[in-house]
Design a protein around this ligand. Structure first.
Ligand code: ZN
Length: 267
């Protein structure tokens, strides 16, 4: 299942996204509406007629409505090294404010408080089922609804000067997410994570290099806090992070999901 969340004349809706072969009308289409998820109070079931539309013509919204966004720091060795950090002995967790979520195509706003705002392209897990204290031998897959793309935008200077990361990671517009969620993906096999700035490749990683794999992450997080349906877990960024400036366009591509593209402007 591959789906998006998008705005319609009757409010936000979820749509099933499928590939139509052929030209000129081939490509990804929103073929039909899906019932809302329990955690998303904004979406009412729609009973009327829906006309399919190409995905790239839809007004996309972030495809998740999370109660929390639990991020993993330094989960690729080369990225830990590029910022002068050691590889952590257990997963390093931090929270990103749900109010920082940004739709695909919407503008990342550079806050006046920071002189250095970086992109961090990441594969993210979307939780599908309440998860508390997942056991060591338990299969984590039933708790995963699917995967999406996150740009974990970070005010690098404030991350250092504040000492903890809530503000540096939590500005409005600092969590571009989407464009779709899909469960048709095997991160263990190795998924390519590529970030381009103005078309030029800056990050090129594979989830095969995750220090802590996704099952370890879900066990570690759920041992501390209950994961709820819709919760978002960006799994860390490969090496190559760098600053964005007003006028830039940043694009994170994750193999098997698609591309998350956002322009950048001064806030
Ligand atoms: Zn990150």
């Amino acid at each position: 299942m591959r789906y998006c969340r998008f705005m319609t004349e009757f409010g936000p809706q979820y749509g099933a996204v499928e590939y139509r072969p052929g030209n000129p009308s081939g490509g990804w289409w929103i073929e039909r509406l899906l019932p809302p998820f329990d955690e998303d109070k904004c979406v009412a079931p729609y009973e009327g007629k829906f006309s399919p539309l190409p995905l790239d013509q839809a007004q996309l919204l972030p495809p998740v409505v999370p109660s929390k966004i639990v991020c993993i720091g330094r989960n690729y060795g080369a990225h830990a090294a590029e910022l002068g950090n050691d590889v952590p002995k257990e997963p390093l967790l931090f929270l990103k404010a749900p109010s920082s979520l940004l739709a695909p195509g919407a503008t990342i706003l550079l806050p006046t408080q920071s002189q250095r705002v970086d992109f961090e392209g990441e594969l993210a897990v979307v939780i599908g089922k309440r998860a508390s204290k997942i056991g060591p031998a338990e299969d984590v897959r039933p708790y995963i609804r699917g995967y999406t793309i996150v740009n974990d935008v970070t005010a690098r200077d404030l991350q250092k000067s504040d000492g903890q990361w809530s503000r540096a990671k939590g500005f409005d517009t600092f969590c571009p997410t989407g464009p779709v969620v899909t469960d048709d993906l095997d991160p263990v096999a190795g998924i390519a994570v590529v970030t381009r700035l103005n078309g030029e490749i800056h990050q090129e990683g594979t989830t095969r290099d995750l220090i802590f794999p996704i099952d370890t992450l879900l066990r570690h997080i759920s041992a501390a806090m209950t994961l709820m349906p819709g919760d978002l877990i960006p799994t860390g960024t490969p090496s190559g992070v760098g600053p964005m400036h007003a006028g830039d366009v940043v694009e994170v591509t994750v193999e098997g999901i698609g591309s998350l593209r956002n322009p950048v402007a001064q806030g």
